[in-house]
Write a protein that binds this ligand. Sequence first.
Ligand code: PEP
Ligand code: MN
Length: 358
Amino acid sequence: MVINMAAGSTEEQIQHVIDRVKECGFTPHVTRGTERAIVAAVGSGGSRAALEALQAAPGVETVVPIAHPFKLVSRQTRGERTRVYVGGVCIGGEEAVVMAGPCSVESREQLFATAHSVKAAGATILRGGAYKPRTSPYDFQGLGLEALKLLRQVREEIGLPVVTEVMSTADIDLISEYADMFQVGARNMQNYDLLRQLGKTTKPVLLKRGPSATIKEWLLAAEYLLAGGNPNVVLCERGIKTFESEMTRNTLDLAAVALARELSHLPVVADPSHGTGRRDLIAPASRAALAIGADGLIIEVHPCPERAMSDGAQSLNLDEFARLMQGLTAPLRPLASYLGAATTERTSKMNGHSVYSV
Ligand code: PEP
Ligand code: MN
């Protein structure tokens, strides 16, 4: 249940509601907005009827059930959108944030060249995998601690906060020392032990949607983090499995970006690299993601994609990334010029309005 306090309710009235929620057998989670406070009562086993009676408590405006199973993630429990700060960069604010970097950290040269270049192009967070979840055990598994050290160096020398994947609870403390944000990869979205442990930290978490996860399952995975006490969660749509398996690697579910923002107060970013698996689709998919409301993007970039040790086929080179960034801030219409010669421009009409596509 959500207990919406009236505008101007006193601190004493809010505290009374918190105490009563506990007495009723629930856990109170309080959000103090600019105008009013909301007390979410979550848990099972308590008395709902007793909670409903709080309608009569002083300072309470309404007591309403939370419509979804993801309680703390639900927009109902927070009056405003959450902003997540990653080393000083705000995700979920006015500006869309671009995170960019290699799929895997491979060497000092590769990481520094990429970091310099993506920063100059306008990216504000560096991505780079140290521990890689590979489909085959024979593929490159990441440089581990060596990569973490490189990430820390690049962060200090170039001044970009870094996000890197955590695959195991055993690595949380170590990665925490080196990175500004944990990435929970698509394959680990339902690793509840990992989510529970990350919920005990306050370091931001980028929670990727599992390739076969429904939107509800994805938001419930985020609920584990919030319920554990970590409010700094960013959702990431990275493509799902559909019947298409030949032309694209995954199907980027852009409607899920809009819907996750509708259902939750958490920022939502899109990953067009894994979402499409194709370099030629990264720019148009990025623009589409921002157009549908994404709070940011995460994009794989490599100085020489053909030599990348993972995900080369979906990685942009440094120039391509810079061009993509220019295209993101350009007006929507003259889009094709940013996408290179191979792209053709097409304008059609719908209900008398021009429809632009590439
Ligand atoms: C990655 O970001 O390189 C990665 C492995 O992503 P995902 O978990 O979305 O497959
Ligand atoms: Mn990758």
